[in-house]
Design a protein around this ligand. Structure first.
Ligand code: ATP
Ligand code: MG
Length: 394
């Protein structure tokens, strides 16, 4: 199984420039998580901090009992072998053919014979759809092939944790879907813990089990995909809709006058370049390819999420329950619409799309993170939703 990564109070700055502070989250073992955030919010710095390439000033990042922020160089070297990292551009050596590129970590970090190396390299090239391309140089292949070669190289040491930085950069939408499929298939085959940093809304909505978002130098949210996909948090909503209107500006946060003007324009029906008016809601998650074994991480996640179900906002609970099969609903003792607070569904809501049902009433929305309710209180579990007790059950 993949390793769990426990991050607590992680804080990073460069000189006087604070990048993010007090980041706390847990990457559940063998699950696929994605980190979103506008450009420059420190997502790449976050990945580099996770493998010890950058040193945060405060906080912990614990993997297999070792805190990589404070451990010795020797320990760090050992821990790094658990990681497979896919950098933005594949980071292949330009003068080496694909075979040698993919073989590199094996020759560098293991004492395997050339026969064993050959067997592993060919297996990973096959897995990433590059069989037959082993003699090609990186300069002779397309961007999509370079990405897949980077992934093949990230896989050779049988990583327990796979970090991916912007897998879609330079890829067309179809190739992006193929590489997303590959991540889920690889996850099913080796059960590694994934963290994907991405700007790609489609990937974020359909691939990961968990989503997080960095903004204004902090982790706005991290939790099961259904929580962010149904969130009313303005910055999360704006990002997942790719909208101009909202707190995220071109280079920095917007002032309130600009936001008020945008609201007025939106009310007057002025188009702002987004694809859809509101794509909030839980869309079905991408599944593994036919013939690939089921993801054990997905199964474990169901048990995990059902245990914390009562702590999540009603819309997320609804989305989670609806994504279960009738058999699973029976096994967990739940059924659709059971959690909608009494009194919020008038007789006219029957025809609304299901993701509009079970939304938080306005007074509860005001208590969500980003709306000022938790003012730096310690977080509950690996998400920042306040446990809501049984107030909306029944
Ligand atoms: N080694 C470094 N030294 C000083 N500043 C750095 C260093 N690395 C990154 N930064 C700064 O940290 C900030 C966050 O950078 P980072 O690359 O993590 O952003 P990002 O969220 O990955 O952005 P993008 O989505 O555009 O890739 C930037 O302001 C950048 O200039
Ligand atoms: Mg980056």
């Amino acid at each position: 199984m993949g390793a769990e990564v426990v991050i607590e109070g992680l804080t990073k700055s460069f000189g006087k420039q604070a990048i993010w502070r007090d980041v706390t989250l847990t990457l559940p073992p063998g699950e696929v998580s994605a980190m979103l955030g506008p450009s420059g919010t420190g997502k790449s710095v976050f990945l580099k901090s996770m493998i010890g390439l950058l040193k945060p000033e405060r906080g912990r990042c614990v993997i297999n009992g070792v805190d990589i922020v404070t451990c010795s160089e020797h320990k760090l070297y050992e821990i790094r072998k658990l990681f497979g990292v896919l950098f933005q551009d594949g980071a292949l050596f330009g003068s080496m053919n694909l075979f040698d590129n993919v073989a590199f970590p094996l020759r560098e970090h293991t004492k395997k014979s050339e026969t064993e190396v050959r067997q592993i390299v060919l297996e990973k090239l096959e897995m990433t759809g590059l069989a037959g391309a082993e003699k090609k140089l990186p300069g002779e292949i397309s961007g999509g092939m370079r990405k897949r070669a980077g992934l093949a190289r990230a896989l050779v040491l049988d990583p327990q944790i796979i970090l991916v930085d912007e897998p879609d950069s330079g890829l067309d939408p179809v190739r992006t879907t193929y590489i997303s499929q590959l991540f889920l298939d690889v996850n099913a085959q080796i059960d590694a813990t994934f963290l994907i940093v991405t700007h790609n809304i489609n990937l974020a909505r359909t691939v990961p089990d968990n989503l997080g978002m960095l903004f204004r130098k902090e982790l706005v949210m991290f939790g099961p995909r259904e929580v962010l996909l149904t969130s009313d948090e303005p910055v999360v909503e704006q990002f997942l809709n790719g909208r101009k209107r909202g707190p995220i500006g071109m280079s920095e946060e917007k002032d309130s006058a600009t936001m008020a003007r945008e609201e007025a324009e939106a009310a007057a029906g002025v188009a702002d370049g987004s694809i859809d008016e509101d794509v909030r809601g839980v869309v079905p998650q991408m599944q593994v390819s036919p013939g690939v074994p089921a993801r054990t991480g997905e199964r474990r996640r169901k048990d995990r999420v059902m245990k914390i179900l009562h702590t999540l906002p009603p819309a997320a609970q609804e989305g989670i329950i609806e994504s279960l099969s009738p058999e699973e609903q029976q096994r967990y003792g739940v059924h659709p619409h059971m959690l909608v607070p009494a009194g919020t569904r008038g007789p006219d809501t029957g025809s609304m799309p299901s993701h509009h049902q079970g939304q938080l009433p306005a007074d509860q929305v005001a208590q969500l993170p980003g709306n000022g309710w938790d003012g730096g209180q310690p977080r509950q579990g690996s998400h920042r939703m306040r446990p809501r007790g049984d107030q909306e059950s029944g």
